[in-house]
Design a protein around this ligand. Structure first.
Ligand SMILES: [Zn+2]
Length: 362
């Protein structure tokens, strides 16, 4: 319950400490429904900065931090702890396992990828038929999920149980001004939200939700928004950048977002039409503080905002994402500068939020 708060919140920054924390978050395994490893890190980071911390029945971490001003808005900030991955469903002969996918995964990405299994990160591989044994017909067809197995090479291993989750075995690395890791979607959001809890401005009540089961249908956010009952919500996520040349080498004109162009503000995605007052407010804030931003192009995909905005009597919501290339694969790439722009934008927006934002016409 009540904890001692740090007395002097200040503008959050991203330096070596925050990058090390992101590294721990990305290397943790937290496939939907089994978010414990990330939850543990979140609890350790936020406890001493919060007025109240709860873990709800689904596993969401709900953090309350009250401000001091009069007429404070209750602002929900959500970031999902879970990542896409696999679930072991059946043991076969010779230490191989049938598995199912958890969340949106392109089966063509899987053959030949090393994985970590369970809480002990037991190493394995999603085996692929080697080229020596394939014919041209094989090579023209993609694998089916039913034909793939996770191979642990260990004989019977008591550390592995059916229902265990597995994830791509990709260790975090920093590549100059870029970051390469699995699960940047949405550990970038989780790391951003941790910094905002630690440095919450006093003009609002900050209601942070580190949510579960986003990748299987925005499930944790649904109950978190009900419990927190906020006036509005910002959702912090990572969205695909689609900024490489088209297959024939021509310029790609159908980008979703681009690396290096700053925080991505959503107008709409397949699950939400963003509240236009919040979109305008974010753009004005970015312009005023000269922060890099881009408008994420409308289209597929969704964030926790999809369930939050429909909760109770409706909650004005908008999403802000750090763009990353290749999400939901073994390794994605994001830019440090985009992460910084996103943290700066959300922090400045929070500092300037007042109830007048809802006085304007839509
Ligand atoms: Zn996400």
């Amino acid at each position: 319950m009540s904890q001692q708060k740090s007395s002097n919140p200040q503008r959050p920054t991203i330096g070596a400490t925050q990058i090390r924390l992101l590294e721990r978050l990305c290397n943790a395994c937290a496939i939907s429904g089994d978010e414990g490893e990330v939850r543990k890190i979140v609890l350790e980071q936020v406890r001493s900065h919060a007025d109240e911390v709860k873990v709800d029945a689904l596993g969401n971490v709900l953090v309350m931090r009250s401000g001091k001003a009069e007429n404070r808005l209750r602002v929900m900030l959500a970031a999902h702890m879970d990542e896409i991955g696999f679930m072991l469903t059946q043991a076969e002969e010779d230490s191989t396992y049938r598995f199912d996918t958890v969340g949106g995964i392109d089966i063509r990405q899987l053959a030949g990828k090393p994985v970590w299994i369970g809480h002990e990160h037991v190493p394995g591989v999603i085996g692929a038929k080697p080229i020596h044994l394939t014919d041209s017909d094989d090579r023209d067809h993609t694998f089916t999920l039913e034909s793939l197995r996770i191979d642990t090479g260990l004989g019977k291993n008591s550390k592995i149980q059916l229902g265990n989750r597995a994830t791509f075995a990709t260790a975090f690395s920093r590549l100059g001004g870029s970051l390469r890791a699995k699960a940047l979607d949405d550990r970038l959001g989780v790391a951003t939200l941790i910094e905002l809890v630690k440095n919450a401005p006093a003009n609002i009540d900050l209601l942070a939700a580190f949510t579960v089961q986003e990748e299987v249908g925005l499930r944790g956010a649904q109950v978190a928004a009900y419990a927190l009952n906020p006036d509005l919500a910002f959702v912090l996520d990572s969205t695909p950048a689609n900024d490489l040349p088209a297959w024939d080498g021509s310029e790609n004109t159908r980008y979703n977002t681009r690396l290096g162009a700053g925080a991505a503000i959503y107008l709409a995605d397949s699950s939400t039409l963003s509240d236009p007052r919040l979109v305008r407010f974010l753009i004005d804030t970015a312009e005023k503080h000269e922060l890099a931003y881009q408008i994420r192009q409308p289209g597929g995909g969704g964030t926790d905002a999809g369930s939050i905005h429909k909760q109770r009597a409706g909650i004005p919501s908008v999403s802000i994402s750090v763009p990353a290339r290749y999400p939901h694969t073994a390794a994605s790439i994001a830019r440090l500068a985009d992460w910084r722009s996103t943290l700066d934008l959300v922090y400045q927006a929070l500092c300037n939020l007042t109830p007048e934002i809802f006085a304007a016409d839509r």
